[in-house]
Design a protein around this ligand. Structure first.
Ligand code: NAP
Length: 307
């Protein structure tokens, strides 16, 4: 019987693991990938303590710190979570684990455009991760779709490789950060196309063009879809309370509707999705799990002046 299973190994999950393992709770992180969305960011300038660090480097430090304190990591996808007499069984395709508590921290996945051509050309010119795939677009014209910070980041990165970057946004106002907008507007390699939508992505074996709402066809050798992220509700639905956007409802201690199940990071309702906020929620979820287990064992839990 483990003390805690953390599902997800992004900033929330790994920070939670640093805290639970440092409190000597037996901790297993199960995650389909290590790093989550943050490893897609090549340039983090707002994580305290670092002027500038890549997502990959930051997550390596988180991971090193978590495993140093004894947390174990299993690279697998969690298929099922079942409550059992006040504890839980967490199953992957090849193993099942009993645990006293769970921290859900599996983040979000990229929203798809849902237009003709997308399903067929995914991985054949259509990408959802600029940091992973930018070098593949060397010398090609590329369309970035979206108007948030992720799309702006992607366009700026791609401008270093692609011969021309079109950023296509459905309104005339970006919602990403102003300093990214300023950098974008002063980049001669990026063309902004406002007030339109991509209705189709064309190509046989690889992307050759996009069709816009006004019927215009833009020849491109790649498409970067950056239209936000959604919570995959497979695991949470029917287990804990979620809102209409599938985000997990938590209280100010990261407690979900089920005692013993906590949630942290981008999959909760907390606004302002940022690495530092996910890490903070991970720390809170971990301390709440510690408090929960202490009380299960008849101990007093965390005593502090807010009680
Ligand atoms: P986001 O802020 O939710 O923006 C999504 C963008 O995609 C919006 O501009 C939206 O258009 C557009 N969009 C949504 N559905 C669409 C569709 N079906 N077709 C066309 N366009 C569509 O997502 P994000 O940029 O991935 O950012 C997610 C979170 O991470 C945000 O909180 C962001 O601040 C944070 N983030 C921060 C940084 C940073 O700090 N540097 C970098 C990346 C991400 P509308 O504007 O018209 O709704």
């Amino acid at each position: 019987m483990l003390d805690v299973i953390i599902i997800g190994a992004g900033p929330a999950g790994l920070t939670a693991a640093i805290y639970t393992s440092r409190r000597s709770l037996s901790t297993l992180i199960i995650s389909a990938d290590i790093g989550g969305q943050v490893i897609k960011t090549y340039d983090i300038e707002n994580y305290p303590g670092f002027d500038n660090i890549s997502g990959l480097d930051l997550i390596s430090k988180f991971r090193e710190q978590a495993t140093k304190f004894g947390a174990k990591i299993e690279n697998a996808e969690v298929k099922k979570i079942e409550p059992k007499n006040g504890t839980f069984i967490v199953s992957t395709a090849s193993a099942s684990y009993d645990t006293k508590s769970i921290i859900l921290a599996f983040g979000k996945k990229p929203r798809e455009l849902a237009v003709p051509g997308e399903e067929k050309l995914k991985g054949h010119g259509i990408s959802y991760c600029a940091t992973c795939d930018a070098p593949f677009y060397k010398g090609r014209d590329v369309a970035v779709i979206g108007g948030g910070s992720s799309a702006l980041d992607a366009a700026l990165l791609l401008s270093k490789y692609a011969s021309r970057v079109y950023i296509i946004h459905r309104t005339a106002e970006f919602r990403g950060e102003q300093h990214l907008i300023d950098r974008l507007k002063s980049n001669p390699n990026i063309e902004i196309i406002f007030n339109t939508e991509v209705l189709e992505i064309k190509g046989d074996n690889t992307v050759t063009s996009v069709i816009l709402k006004d019927g215009k066809e833009i020849p491109v050798g790649g498409v970067m879809v950056e239209v936000g992220y959604v919570v995959d509700r497979k695991l949470a639905e029917g287990l804990v309370n979620i809102d209409q956007t599938n985000q997990i409802i938590v209280d100010n201690r990261q407690q979900t509707s089920v005692p013993g199940i906590f949630a942290a990071g981008d999959l909760t309702q907390t606004p302002y999705k940022q690495v530092v906020i996910s890490a903070g929620e991970g720390a809170k979820a971990a301390l709440s799990a510690f408090d929960y287990i202490q009380k299960l064992e008849g101990k007093k839990g965390i005593i502090a002046d807010w009680h």
